[in-house]
Design a protein around this ligand. Sequence first.
Ligand SMILES: [Zn+2]
Length: 387
Amino acid sequence: MTPHQRKENRMSRPPRSHRPSRSEAQIEGVPVRSLPKVSLHDHLDGGVRAATVFELANEAGIELPTSDARSLCEWFADQADSGSLVDYIKTFDLTIAVMQTAENLTRIAREFVEDLANDGVIYAEVRWAPEQHQAQGLTLDEAVQAVQDGLEEGEDAADENGHAIHVAQILSAMRQADRSLEIAELALRFRDDGVVAFDLAGPEDGFPASRHQPALDLLAREFFPVTLHAGEAAGLDSIRGALLDGRALRLGHGVRIAEDLEVIETEGDEVRVRFGDLARWVRDREIALELSPSSNLGTGAIEAWGDSLEDHPFDLLYQLGFCVTVNTDNRLMSRTTITRELSLLAEAFDYDLEDVEQFQLNAAAATFLPIEQREELIDLITEGFDR
Ligand SMILES: [Zn+2]
């Protein structure tokens, strides 16, 4: 392979003490927030506003670990930064506890869209697991409809503020549970009403995609798109399972595909790499990787490479031609936004606007929208970056 040439640093970097906050971050003088962006891996229960969790928990008499919303926001971030995916997942008990009524689901979905619009996102796919929202008697269909109502309200509200955004749903089934067939059928019922794909979430290690074969086979027979969490908490076998058993069209994170790459020579900025067959397949078939840099650090998904963003194999995968996309995973737990993730990557790897545009074009092409709408998205992104 021909290694790409590293570019000179074109990102302006003021001294650390004078650096603007990430929400005002700029690349080549352009505010990142103003650029059109696409978000493919963004959990509804991981993107609730801390203030909303605080308010709704108080209303419902749910015990909270802190006495005000601001410290609750910090509590989520601290819990999530433990380095363990299991600890990380525990923070969701609290957000999910306040997402058990149609009214609350609608509100949270609406705020979710408003926050994305405020971050400059023009298209997103939000994922969540309806089976976790039935503690107070909602049916699966009622829960999906409540979220859909909220998404549409959020789109309308953003539109009134002059920002066009569209958000589609991905329904997740939990890997450790046994309801995937029901969730697959649910997704199919809503395929013309806002749901564009199916996902498996929850503990990846020990719960392979093949446990959910009937659901995955049904979706394949119905030609319904699938993206699966794989290559985050488990390695290459899990990615194999997602592609072979799940016929996944994208990989949820997929970061551990880098385990199938052997760096055989590093000379200056040039890297020579030997590909395993799986890595070659994922790259050459342009199977999108839904990478989430801050989350991958927080959960220990990249611990084989190190513990800082500079160690993330993101840049290696990008330079080697993988279809990399940039995502937040859980904005509340990682205290992040797409703008922040892009700014952090740009700082770590000297990316310029062209790189950031490429990540958006990759994401747009990998959405589960019909091709005409993907082409429209691509035009919007190109226009936005040209400006
Ligand atoms: Zn995720």
